[in-house]
Design a protein. Structure first.
Length: 289
């Protein structure tokens, strides 16, 4: 099974590592750190800020030998000088780890997330947006950017696309606002699963319910990006019924990776919503709307 994660953050990385043994190929398209808004040469700075984050994710996901990290970091710095884009450098770097798993930036070009509040205030950057205490009137990217062909390709080849778990507004929305990613997500035949973040330090995320910010996100980006959602409701009920119905024969577990994948997903401190139960019937391949 080819699985693609979209978003950013430690919680997402932890789930990626849990599902890694169950995937034929695992990829991630990550929102990356925004450079300072008042610096002119943002694209050059972006390359290095992205590479630092992305190489850390690749090493954490693919390398079990801590002593390899120093040489890998040095190799990546050299690649950054030889390659034209962060995507090119990360592609060669991931190949050097001798793995089919791949970590990619959302874009090779710099852009900032900007919010406009109902009071007319302009708020720039993820950190400042997370300090808002109510959902803004509008969010958008300061500059329209394209994603890489590699990112589009992994979405096209995916069997399952997982959004998060991460901050849905600042770690996920910048990706969903990119037109190439929107088009690929709307055309994919893969099942699309959104995992709610169980705990957040964001004042903005904590100011509303999951249902409220998911509806707001749909209005902002203009499309429904997931088929099934795992939210922080009905945890004990759904997990109990799933475990009771799951086969315990070893041969079934060996031949049906879905069982192991669902168990790993339930280890996330969240649970399926009513919508997920109706559409998926505890299966990760639900009927599309």
């Amino acid at each position: 099974m080819n699985v693609v994660f979209i978003g950013a953050g430690q919680e997402m990385l932890d789930l990626m590592k849990s599902l890694k043994p169950l995937c034929q190929r695992l990829s991630a398209i990550c929102a990356t750190a925004e450079p300072s808004f008042d610096i002119d040469n943002k694209c050059a700075l972006l390359s290095y800020s992205q590479l630092e984050i992305l190489q850390s994710m690749s090493l954490a996901l693919n390398s079990s030998k801590a002593q390899e990290q120093t040489s890998h970091i040095a190799n990546l710095e050299l690649l950054a000088l030889l390659c034209h884009t962060p995507t090119e450098a990360m592609t060669v770097f991931n190949q050097s780890l001798n793995t089919a798993n791949n970590v990619l930036p959302m874009s090779d070009f710099a852009t900032d997330l900007i919010a406009i509040t109902y009071g007319g205030e302009t708020v720039v950057g993820s950190k400042n947006i997370n300090n808002l205490t109510a959902l803004p009137k509008e969010v958008f990217l300061s500059k329209d950017v394209n994603t890489s062909l590699d990112a589009v390709s992994v979405i096209e080849d995916a069997d399952l696309i997982i959004f998060g778990p991460c901050n849905p507004i600042t770690d996920l929305m910048p990706l969903l606002l990119i037109k190439d990613i929107r088009r690929a997500l709307l055309e994919t035949s893969a099942s699309r699963l959104f995992i709610d973040m169980p705990n957040s330090t964001s004042k903005l995320v904590n100011s509303c319910t999951s249902a409220e910010y998911l509806h707001w996100m749909k209005c902002q980006i203009g499309y429904q990006f997931f088929d099934v959602t795992i939210s922080n409701q009905f945890t004990d009920i759904v997990k109990y019924h799933y475990q009771e119905s799951m086969s315990v024969r070893p041969e079934d577990v060996v031949h049906n990776k879905t069982l192991g994948m669902m168990s790993a997903l339930f280890d996330v401190p969240s649970a399926m919503s009513v919508e997920a139960m109706i559409n998926a019937q505890l299966n990760i391949a639900p009927a599309r709307y």
